[in-house]
Structure formats: structure tokens, C-alpha cells
Write a protein that binds this ligand. Structure first.
Ligand code: DPP
Ligand code: ZN
Length: 873
């Protein structure tokens, strides 16, 4: 496949102003007629041919200004349609194509899920429906007529507002017409036809307009859509309040489907969701599910402005809508829940997904400069690091200027296909700042590492902080420049009091800018050696090497006013110990005891004040994070043993306390998904998870009892999770009863698949292999595949990375089977291999062999081939 480069961007030679689509739904032979008002683009070439994109479409008829085009005047294949000599004036092109939605297992374009028809067009699925200028800078006004058998598809939905609907006389068919007045790129097109249940309510916007909100789900599951509908209403209110952004159509519809490659899709006025991010009831969904539903409903809704009204000029600008919209959904969740707790969760996810991406063969800038397959760039770097850039911008310029910049961006760019430069220039213009150095965050890949050293001079009573930054080379980028890094900081005295940190180099918001390779900052009148609290609230997406002893870090755990750094202090101590234990370096008993004691007194003082935060403090760094920190010659078995040992020590030292917490936090009331209740469950369940490490018998008893008595999925699944760490009959019985109880609940079985795939025992591989034959499992369903095979590859460090290579071979073989059906899904699974180079040599050789087996497989998709070759490079 050719490489597509940002520097080669040029405007389209033709524009499409209006499209009329007539879609006649049929399971295997859907007919689509697209009537397009086309004109030459004044910014394009004046002698260019008209080249429309296509993918697996069959041309049935073609007419230009009503005249059927003879064969000599165009060339068509399943991959495109070219008219060498189109008119050099506005004209109408009518294209009729036939497509087969049932055969569409790629889940891109028009396909069927659970008997319903639905679409997914981002990034380039519209060309699988009809020939088109399928690029985000071609914006058209769409009118869509959908026709179907009424029995097969009583519900017909399109983008925009409903115009008319009715029966087709003398037939069993009916139709609906939708009109979307807002010009949009083809990737935001959607339609749905099927048998669907509905929950709805009316929303009155800030200017008093009434909007009908509706969520469509599988009939019978309406009672599981209430939370999503509530989250939608709260999102709409929040965007009005925080950004002054109001909804702009008469309807807003969300449809849940069970076969979906992504989490959800922000099609104009018709969001289509993976049902996992819509359906929730206390019996079937966990607290984490509720939080995800809230976040993703918000994310897709927020795209209406940041993504749809202002879209992207080209796919290199993907972060323009995704990074900004992730930032917006994170802010929403922080306002709706606990800001500090949410920030920690964001950073944990960033480190797990993005830092590892940045450290491996798939590293790329937040705005990539080249790609072979754009679908492989819906990454943690574009999304999560993209959001961190927006957050840094806000940290640097302050809340008020950030809001003014957003207002200007929206005012200037509404209705356009914009670039990262357009975004930044709005903020540069409202503040008068030069943001050119800051802009490098979009261009340079890799995670900067910042070293911080503190020196106290007790004669002069000064305290100096020395900062230095460096970024490792990433693929294709060996020379790295210093970045503009905002460091929010403070000083904490040994007794816990905050020390004054006045300096003309620190902004009123408490931020110091490190924008060269090294710099230092001196504080005067400092009465005693302080502990520096740097990168408060994780003010920049960097790795920090802080020259502090474990004892000094534990002072921060106790006293820092910044909740993020309290959590970070405990994590840093754990991570240091875990790395040394993993490498079989000597660790003294008192070092572990000090951490255990600090966690114990933290729990005594804080656990019941903020249980959600305490649960995070108690959670030890995961095996993948420890491996990342070791970075080379990793032995996953040693890492697993190290983590098990540390947890045992911590649990043994605090058994009584953990048991008391477990008992005190018991909740007899009705389930509520609110953050405070979820926090109490989280702390109680982390205590449950730690107890068997100290006392296996007690742990198994408690988990078994909780499993039986649980009144909600959060507690039931947590109990089952704890049981899975204890081999034996109780575990097998619990797994069997759970599987039986939820045999007709695919989303719950996904959790069950995940738990089993994550068991770190040699028998797991054969367990996973036999679960591939479970009646509820299907290689064609992305949620099932990710739950079973994805979890095994991504969560189970010791078994995926088995020394004998069987884990790699199993995953590679499954990826090849998936690739034949769904290349995007296969490519996503393949990213599990991206840490192969940091393994010890035996595993490295095994992983390379498995990757090579994929690379040479005949008929490999472009998606999988792109990832496998970059991973092997
Ligand atoms: N649906 C994906 C998202 O919202 C891609 N736009 O992030
Ligand atoms: Zn998005």
C-alpha cells in the first residue's frame, strides 16, 4: 500500500455541495442511488479528472446531468470511478450501486448486526456504500431516503431532522426521509434500519428550543438505556454551561448495536454505539461500565461541535477533534465525579496505553506525518496524549483565556474543515502568546523524561531545583528537541506544611515552564529541607525521575496538598521496590515494612474520608507497568512473582485493617452508580482482593460469600475476580455458576471471558482455546474477540509471554483467522505484540517467529500488514 503524507495534502479538485441518497435496504442486495451536485473547486486543478473513491461497490447505473454515461466516458471498478473529462462547471452526477450488507464482516460501510442494518463510515467507510469524494474536507448537505420491508425494519433513522415517512402503497415496504441541513463530510453519514426499542425524553436547550432525545436498543432492553439517556441530558447541559455550546437539530438519536469495531461513533444527530457503552442495569453492569457509558455518551455528544460543526481538513488532523473531545469528556467526568480520582484514572490509562505506545515500534506524533492505513491511527497517542496537550495549554494560559480561545476557535472555524494550526492560532490570538514551541507537542513523538534534583543549602536557606529533559529516539525520529513542559509545583515541609514558593519564574497558577534542555529554580528563605512536589495534577505527559528517598516520598503521601502527587508518591515507592524485586536485586525487609506502615496509617486516617482515592492508593502498579519500567530483558514470570510478593507483604502487615475496612464498608442499601457509592465498593473490593494474599483461607471464604450474596454486578464480579486468583474447586464452581447464570447475556459473558483469560497460570491457554468454542463466542463479534483473545494478549503478561512461545503462537493464529473477517479488529489485536523487544532473548525469538508467521501469511489485510511490518522493523 502506498504511503500517504501530510506534506502532499492538496485541496480536492471537485466539491460536492448536496447529496440525495435513496437507499433500498435488502439483506444481500441493497440498492443505493446517490445524486450529487458537483462543481470544480476554485482551489483545485482546472484540468483534473473526477476520481471518486469506492470499495467493494458494484456500479449499476451512471448518469451526468440526466444523460446516461456511455462506457467510453468513465472507468469504474470496485475500487473507484473515474471520469477523465468531467464538465468544468457545476453538474449533477447520479450513481446507482449495489452492495451486500450481510457479507460485510469488516463492519465498515453498511452492514448487519443482530438482524438490523447500520453503518460505520469513519474513517473511509462511506466509499463502501457509494462512489464518493470520501475525504473529510468535502462537506455536503445530505438528504437521505431509506426504504425497507416494514416487518424487517420498522425503525428507519438518518442524520438530521425527519422530513416525511410512510407506506409504499400496495407493498409491504415503507420509507423515511431525513434531511441534515449542516454540511458534513461523508465520514459522519449514518443510517439505521431495524427492529428497535426506544426510550426518549425532551430536552430544552439554553435558548429554549425543544429537542427530542432518544436511545434505541434491542427490544426488551429498554430498561437498560435509562442511564445513557440521563448521561446524554447531563452532557448537553454541561456543554452549554461550560463552553456555551448548544445542540443544533430537532432530534438527537443514539442507537446501540452489538457488532461494532469502536466504542461509538459521532454521526451527525445519529450516534451509533457499541451496546456495551449504552446498556446498563445493576444486575449486568459494573461501576466501571456506568462510568464508561457516561464518558462515551458525553464524548460522542461533544463531537457535535468539536468534530462535526468543526471537522478535520485531512486525517492527519485527527487529534484536532479527538484530543480536544477526549479532553472535554474528561472535564465532564471530573465535574460529575471526583476530579482528583478521575485525574489519577486518566493518568493510569495514559501510562498503560500511551507511554507504552510511545516506547515501542508503533510510536508516532500526536499529529502523524504519514500513514499507510488511517484506521491504525485511532491510537492512545492521538486520543489521550492529544487530550493532554489541550490540558497543558489550559494549564499554561489559565482557565479564563482557555475559554476565550475556545470561543474564538468555534467562531472562526464553525462550518469548516480545520487544522491544528487553526486551533492553536485562536489561543495565540486571544493571549498574544507565541505558541510555536508549544506546538511541537503535536509533531515530536516519544515521552520526555524529566530529571528533578533538589539541593538545600542550610546556611543560605535556599533550595534549588535542577531540571533536565531528554526524549529517547522513536522510529524515524532520532534527533529530539527540548519540549515546552509546564511543571505545576510546590514545596512541602517535613511537618507537612506548605512552604512559600514565590519566584518570578513561576506563574500565578503555580506553573514553571521548562522549555530548554536544562534549567533551575532557586527559592530563598526556605527554613528547612523540603520535599518538592512537582508535576502536580500531572501537569505534563512526561516521565519524572525525582531524586527523593522512599522516606521523603512517603512524607508526600501523608502531607501533600495535591491528591495526585500523594497517590504518585506511594506508586513511586512501590514501583521502585517492584523493579528491584523483579531483577532479583536485594530489597531489605525494613524498606517494604516502611511502605506497608505508611499505607496502613494512610488507611487509618483517610480510607473512609475518600474511599475511591484510597482504593487507588492501595492498588499496586500492574505487571505491564513494571515491565515498562524495567524496559529491557524482561522476565514476566519474575515480575509476576515480585508483584505477588510485595502484595503479600503489604497485606500481611495490614490484615486487621483491611478486614475491618471490608466489614465497615458493607453496603446494605439499594445499588446506585454514583461516584461516592462506587468509591466505597472499590475500596471494599480492593481490600477483598488483597486479603487472600495475607490469608488464603479467609480470602476464599469472604470472596465465596460475597459471590453468593452480591446484589449487583460490581460486587459479584469483584468476588469472582478474587476467586480466580485462588486455584481450586471454589473457583471452578463459581466460574461455572456465573457462566450458567448469564448464558443469555453476551455483555456479561464478556466479563467472564476476560476474567478467565487473565488467570496467570499455565493452564489458561488451554482454557482460552476451549472457550473459543463456547456457544456464545464468535470470531465475527469484536466485543467477544477483545474480551477473550484481546484480554489474554493484553492483560495476561505471564501467559501471553510464555517462555515456550505457545501464547504468541495462539494469538498469532487467531489474529490470522480474525483478519480474514475483520482487518481492523485483527490489527488492533496485533498491537499486543508491540512490547516484544523488551522481553528477554528467548521470548524475543518466539515473538519474532510468531510475528513473522503473520507477516508472510497470504492475503494479509493492509491493516494487519501495516502493524506487523512496523512492529518487526
Ligand atoms: N467514534 C470514534 C470516537 O468517537 C471515532 N471518531 O472517538
Ligand atoms: Zn472521538
Amino acid at each position: 500500500a502506498p504511503i500517504i503524507r501530510l506534506e502532499d495534502y492538496r485541496p480536492s479538485d471537485f466539491l460536492i455541495d448536496r447529496v440525495e441518497l435513496d437507499v433500498r435496504l435488502h439483506p444481500t442486495a441493497t440498492r443505493v442511488t446517490a445524486t450529487m451536485a458537483i462543481r470544480p473547486n476554485p482551489h483545485g486543478r482546472s484540468d483534473a479528472p473526477l476520481v471518486l473513491d469506492g470499495d467493494e461497490v458494484n456500479l449499476k447505473a451512471l448518469a451526468l446531468d440526466g444523460r446516461s454515461l456511455p462506457g467510453g466516458e468513465f472507468e469504474a471498478s470496485s475500487q473507484g470511478l473515474t471520469i477523465a473529462q468531467p464538465p468544468r462547471r457545476p453538474f449533477t452526477l447520479s450513481v446507482e450501486t449495489e452492495i451486500d450488507p450481510t457479507a460485510n464482516t469488516k463492519l465498515m460501510g453498511l452492514y448487519r448486526s443482530g438482524g438490523n442494518y447500520c453503518t460505520q463510515c469513519e474513517a473511509d467507510g462511506f466509499r463502501r456504500i457509494t462512489y464518493f469524494l470520501d475525504r473529510p474536507d468535502v462537506l455536503a448537505v445530505y438528504t437521505t431516503r431509506i426504504e425497507a420491508e416494514r416487518a424487517e425494519a420498522p425503525v428507519l433513522l438518518g442524520n438530521g431532522n425527519p422530513v416525511e415517512a410512510g407506506a409504499i402503497e400496495g407493498t409491504s415496504r415503507h420509507y423515511a426521509v431525513w434531511h441534515d441541513p449542516h454540511p458534513k463530510p461523508a465520514y459522519l453519514f449514518a443510517l439505521v434500519g431495524g427492529r428497535l426499542g426506544r426510550v426518549a425524553k425532551t430536552f430544552t436547550t439554553m435558548s429554549g428550543r425543544e429537542v427530542r432525545l432518544a436511545i434505541y436498543v434491542e427490544p426488551g432492553k429498554e430498561d437498560r438505556a435509562g442511564y445513557a439517556l440521563d448521561a446524554l441530558e447531563r452532557s448537553m447541559r454541561w456543554d452549554e454551561r461550560v463552553f456555551g455550546l448548544e445542540y443544533d437539530l430537532d432530534e438527537f438519536n443514539v442507537v446501540a448495536v452489538s457488532d461494532f469495531n469502536m466504542g461509538a461513533m459521532e454521526n451527525k444527530g445519529l450516534n451509533i454505539f457499541n451496546d456495551k457503552y449504552v446498556l446498563a442495569s445493576p444486575e449486568t453492569a459494573t461501576d466501571a461500565d456506568y462510568a464508561n457509558i457516561e464518558a462515551i455518551i458525553a464524548h460522542e455528544y461533544f463531537h457535535n461541535w468539536t468534530g462535526n460543526r468543526i471537522t478535520c481538513r485531512d486525517w492527519f488532523q485527527l487529534c484536532l477533534k479527538e484530543g480536544l473531545t477526549v479532553f472535554r469528556d474528561q472535564e465532564f467526568s471530573s465535574d460529575e465525579r471526583s476530579r482528583a480520582v478521575h485525574r489519577i484514572a486518566e493518568v493510569k490509562a495514559l501510562r498503560a496505553r500511551q507511554f507504552s505506545e510511545d516506547a515501542g515500534p508503533l510510536a508516532h506524533p500526536v499529529r502523524p506525518t504519514q500513514y499507510r492505513e488511517i484506521n491504525n491511527f485511532y491510537t492512545a497517542t492521538v486520543y489521550e496524549k492529544g487530550a493532554e496537550i489541550v490540558r497543558m495549554l489550559k494549564t499554561i494560559i489559565g482557565d479564563a483565556d482557555f475559554r476565550r480561545g475556545m470561543d474564538l476557535y468555534v467562531k472562526r472555524c464553525d462550518g469548516t474543515a480545520a487544522t491544528v494550526e487553526d486551533f492553536l492560532s485562536a489561543f495565540a490570538d486571544v493571549t498574544g502568546r507565541d505558541l510555536s514551541h508549544f506546538a511541537q507537542w503535536y509533531a515530536q513523538a516519544g515521552t520526555p523524561r524529566v530529571t528533578v534534583t533538589g539541593t538545600y543549602d542550610d546556611l543560605a536557606r535556599t533550595y534549588r531545583l535542577d531540571f533536565a529533559q531528554a526524549t529517547n529516539a522513536t522510529p524515524g525520529e532520532t534527533v529530539k528537541r527540548p519540549m515546552a513542559i509546564p511543571i505545576r509545583l510546590g514545596l512541602v515541609a517535613q511537618d507537612g506544611s506548605a512552604l512559600a514558593t514565590r519566584s518570578d519564574r513561576i506563574s500565578p497558577q503555580g506553573v514553571f515552564m521548562l522549555d530548554r534542555e536544562s534549567d533551575s529554580l532557586t527559592f530563598t528563605n526556605v527554613p528547612q529541607r523540603p520535599a518538592p512536589s512537582v508535576f502536580r495534577d500531572f501537569s505534563a505527559p512526561v516521565k519524572v525521575a525525582l531524586d527523593l528517598s522512599n522516606d521523603e516520598l512517603l512524607v508526600l503521601l501523608r502531607h501533600d496538598t495535591d491528591a495526585f502527587n500523594r497517590w504518585q508518591a506511594a506508586q513511586s515507592v512501590s514501583l521502585r521496590l517492584l523493579v528491584r524485586l523483579s531483577k532479583h536485586e536485594k530489597v531489605d525487609g525494613p524498606e517494604i515494612a516502611a511502605l506497608a506502615a505508611a499505607l496502613g496509617s494512610f488507611l487509618e486516617s483517610d480510607a473512609l474520608r475518600d474511599p475511591a482515592f484510597a482504593a487507588l492508593v492501595l492498588t499496586q502498579p500492574g505487571e505491564a507497568e513494571i515491565a515498562q519500567e524495567i524496559a529491557s530483558e524482561v522476565d514476566p514470570d519474575a515480575v509476576h512473582r515480585a508483584r505477588t510478593d510485595l502484595r503479600r507483604h503489604l497485606a500481611q502487615a495490614n490484615t486487621t485493617l483491611l478486614r475491618r475496612l471490608y466489614d465497615d464498608l458493607e453496603d446494605a442499601g439499594a445499588y446506585s452508580p454514583d461516584a461516592a457509592s462506587a468509591g466505597r465498593r472499590a475500596l471494599r473490593n480492593i481490600a477483598l482482593e488483597l486479603l487472600p494474599a495475607a490469608d488464603r483461607f479467609m480470602g476464599e471464604e469472604l470472596a465465596g460469600a460475597q459471590f453468593k450474596a452480591a446484589a449487583n454486578m460490581t460486587d459479584r464480579l469483584a468476588a469472582l475476580n478474587t476467586l480466580t486468583t485462588i486455584p481450586g474447586k471454589a473457583r471452578e464452581n463459581a466460574l461455572a455458576s456465573f457462566g450458567e447464570r448469564y448464558r443469555d447475556e453476551p455483555l456479561v459473558l464478556d466479563k467472564w471471558f476476560t476474567l478467565q483469560a487473565a488467570i496467570e497460570e499455565p493452564e489458561t491457554l488451554s482454557r482460552v482455546e476451549s472457550l473459543l468454542n463456547h456457544p456464545a463466542f464468535a470470531l465475527s463479534n469484536p466485543n467477544r474477540v477483545r474480551s477473550l483473545v484481546g484480554s489474554f494478549a493484553m492483560l495476561n503478561q505471564t501467559q501471553f509471554n510464555r517462555a515456550d512461545g505457545a501464547g504468541y503462537r495462539f494469538v498469532a493464529g487467531t489474529i490470522l483467522r480474525v483478519d480474514a473477517l475483520n482487518p481492523q479488529l485483527a490489527a488492533r489485536l496485533l498491537t499486543a505484540f508491540s512490547s516484544w523487544r523488551m522481553m528477554e532473548s528467548g521470548r524475543r525469538a518466539q515473538a519474532k517467529a510468531a510475528l513473522t508467521q503473520i507477516a508472510v501469511a497470504p492475503g494479509l489485510s493492509r491493516d494487519a500488514s501495516d502493524i506487523v511490518h512496523r512492529t518487526l522493523e
